[in-house]
Write a new protein. Structure first.
Length: 79
């Protein structure tokens, strides 16, 4: 084995590990948006719109920054 072969094996191992450790995709269980929970999802996503996706990401980031998780707030009460 030469250096190129070793580098290729190392690269393949790094890619495999990265793929195994990537976060799983969010999936809707009932075909409804996981954020607003009343609109059907767009194909191959868990959200009905880009806005719901972005709102969910912001909420998730806020929870991570606060150091924990809590149940989703009732979005119907927000204004």
């Amino acid at each position: 084995m030469d250096d190129a072969d070793l580098a290729q094996e190392l690269e393949a191992a790094i890619i495999t590990i990265a793929l195994l450790n990537r976060p799983s995709r969010i999936k809707g269980l009932n075909g409804k948006c996981v954020w607003c929970e009343d609109q059907p999802v767009v194909a191959n996503t868990a959200f009905c719109s880009a806005e719901c996706c972005e709102d969910h990401r912001k909420h998730t980031r806020e929870l991570e920054q606060r150091g924990g998780s809590s149940p989703p707030r009732d979005r119907n009460l927000e204004d």
